[in-house]
Design a protein around this ligand. Structure first.
Ligand SMILES: [Zn+2]
Ligand SMILES: [Zn+2]
Length: 137
């Protein structure tokens, strides 16, 4: 079961929606291969075929732009191929194009109904509010 969070800024009205976690259909990476960035699909499928034990974690994870502090929920996965090379996606901020860093926490790092300690990407106000709005499958 995945979670949808709505992040809002009480100062400027900034809103953002985050989808995190996994849905019911996420039984394997192959089942949700459409979520893997296009250029990585072939290498990922090949790696899984050659090294089934190399499939690691996969879920919509929380990413953060170190530049503008914008958060995003993106599909994270980790697959190790037969030669030991680790394949992971790399995402960029939709606003400033910087590389997004994955937050170390698990799927839902205390996002429910709590003021967050990161600044609003629009106005810089500290204390964005986040609320769990929907459980999606
Ligand atoms: Zn950014
Ligand atoms: Zn704001």
């Amino acid at each position: 079961m995945g979670s949808q969070y709505d992040i809002t800024c009480p100062e400027c009205g900034y809103r953002q929606r985050l989808h995190l976690g996994v849905g019911m259909a996420y039984t394997s990476i192959e089942a949700v291969i459409d979520l893997v960035p296009h250029a990585l699909r072939e290498p990922v499928l090949q790696a899984i075929q050659q090294n089934p034990a190399g499939v690691g974690d996969f879920r919509h994870a929380l990413y953060c732009c170190s530049d503008c502090q914008r958060r995003a929920g993106r599909f994270y996965f980790q697959v190790t191929d037969a030669g030991g090379r680790v394949i992971e996606p790399e995402y960029h901020c939709s606003r400033c194009r910087c590389t997004l860093t994955r937050e170390a926490e698990a799927d839902a790092p205390d996002l429910d109904d709590a003021p967050q300690d990161w600044p609003c990407p629009e106005c810089g106000h500290q204390g964005l509010h986040s609320a769990l709005t929907v459980l999606w499958d």
